[in-house]
Design a protein around this ligand. Structure first.
Ligand SMILES: [Zn+2]
Length: 467
């Protein structure tokens, strides 16, 4: 008897963890960290609802921490099996997981110094060494649709999902899972990208599947037709005219590369002047290298630029600051320049040093290119607060604050329907996950209405028999 249990990524976009059981084996699909609200984050600390020692293998859809950040904890709690994921995801995890371990250590240190802990001393959820242990278990798989053996009775194939580099749709085949001896095919969308996104390919059309799990981040929203290109060109030109510096806080993996690609395109089209671009994030620099390494993941445009011996992520006058000293040096520069630095919501990282200079300067421009979650410094600035606290200092906000829409790595609900349309059969059941409750319900409604399929919005901890 095969079954699935939902231990994350339901009722929320974080903590994705789906447990498949069949043939006496247990396979966990995604192993994400809960983020955001306190009651969610506390789940990271609770004893998992399954024994990590009894998990036979893990499958990872893509590198984002809300899909992978619990992996070092799983290893720390005794998991020793293999972790199957795409080749590019393996390389991105080499950057992301150790960084996540360091952040966990810093957080524990902070709690100890501030006496914020009920447990003395506060321990990290996991540390950098645990993250390195987790990396040893990775098995890189080509994102090409060919089935690989996961464990006895389980096969899986990985295909491009178009969300970020390396992101996969995963079709899991549970062999002889029915009484008739037939297998059950379960398709996980992972996070789905939208069509015509730069750099990565469009999502691969789904194959035949008995069960489908589909993400619903934008289950109740549409991206609209705002062009991020036009918005970016206008803001950069205005700042250049006034000789103002520009600061763009951006997540190091994915968004930074998208921004570089866009600026280079605008320069090539002569829609903006060639300005100094400074990427101040060692993680972003490493990730950019990974982006160029995996040609099989690139869309046609990206591939053709690369084959023309151009670097699609290199603008006309670009420098990357890796060391602290290089980062400090950027402070001495004058005139219009574009500084791209992480974190994207101004919650930490090198971007804070730049923000302390840019925010009080009424002749400077701050550009938001990503979602600013409630409670973050980025959100406060966007909400119009005139003073924000950065590194214990109150900083006045006098610069121009701009927000450019149109950047999202997720398919909206219409794009999800477009993707589902490619399915070659009527599935027995569809699950909508990876959405806030309203979004998951709305996505389920859209699917029922369009296709008349049986759609379930699973609850945290729920188990469903697969027949
Ligand atoms: Zn993601």
């Amino acid at each position: 008897m095969a079954r699935i249990s939902f231990y994350g990524g339901v009722g929320t976009v974080t903590g994705s963890k789906y447990l498949l059981e069949h043939n006496g084996k247990r396979v966990l699909v995604d192993c994400g960290l809960f983020q955001g609200l306190k009651e969610l984050r506390e789940r990271n600390w609770q004893e998992p609802p399954f024994d990590p020692k009894e998990i036979d293998a893990v499958i990872i859809t893509h590198a984002h921490i809300d899909h992978t950040g619990f992996l070092p904890r799983l290893v720390k709690l005794g998991f020793t099996g293999k972790v199957f994921t795409s080749r590019a995801t393996c390389d991105l995890l080499q950057i992301l997981l150790p960084d996540s371990g360091r952040l966990q250590e810093e957080e524990a240190d902070y709690r100890n110094r501030k006496n914020l802990t009920r447990h003395a001393p506060a321990l990290p959820l996991y540390d950098e060494a645990d993250a390195l242990d987790a990396l040893k278990l990775l098995v890189p798989i080509p994102n090409d649709g060919n089935p690989v053996e996961i464990t006895d009775g389980f096969k899986a194939s990985f295909n491009v999902a178009g969300h970020i580099l390396g992101a996969s749709l995963v079709l899991v085949e549970m062999e002889q899972a029915r009484e008739t001896g037939e297998s059950i095919k379960f398709l996980f969308s992972g996070d789905l990208g939208h069509y015509d996104q730069p750099i990565v390919k469009d999502p691969t059309a789904p194959a035949q599947a008995d069960y489908v799990m589909v993400e619903s981040t934008y289950g109740n929203r549409l991206h609209g037709d705002v062009s991020s290109e036009d918005g970016m060109a206008d803001v950069i030109n205005e700042a250049a005219k006034n000789n103002e510096p520009i600061l763009i806080p951006a997540f190091a993996i994915g968004r930074t590369q998208e921004i570089l690609y866009l600026i280079r395109e605008l320069e090539d089209a002569k829609r903006i002047p060639v300005l100094p671009v400074r990427v101040d994030s060692p993680m972003a620099a490493q990730a950019t290298q990974v982006y160029n390494r995996f040609t099989e993941e690139h869309d046609e445009e990206y591939a053709s630029i690369l084959s023309g011996k151009r670097h699609p992520l290199r603008t006309g006058s670009m420098q990357t600051a890796s060391t602290r000293a290089e980062s400090m040096k950027l402070n001495d520069e004058k005139g219009t320049r574009i500084i791209i630095s992480a974190s994207g919501m101004l919650t930490g990282g090198r971007v804070l040093h730049h923000a302390m200079r840019v925010l009080p300067n009424k002749n400077a421009t701050l550009i938001f290119v990503g979602y600013q979650a409630a409670g973050t410094t980025g959100r406060r600035i966007l909400d119009g607060e005139t003073e924000v606290k950065i590194m214990k200092e109150w900083i006045p906000v006098r610069c121009h604050v701009r927000r450019i829409e149109g950047f999202s790595a997720h398919a909206d609900w219409k794009a999800v329907l477009r993707w589902l349309e490619g399915l070659q059969n009527k599935p027995q059941m569809v699950f909508t996950t990876h959405g806030e409750p309203d979004a998951a319900e709305a996505m389920a409604g859209h699917i029922r209405e369009r296709f008349g399929w049986n759609v379930v919005v699973p609850q945290y901890g729920q188990t469903i028999e697969l027949l």
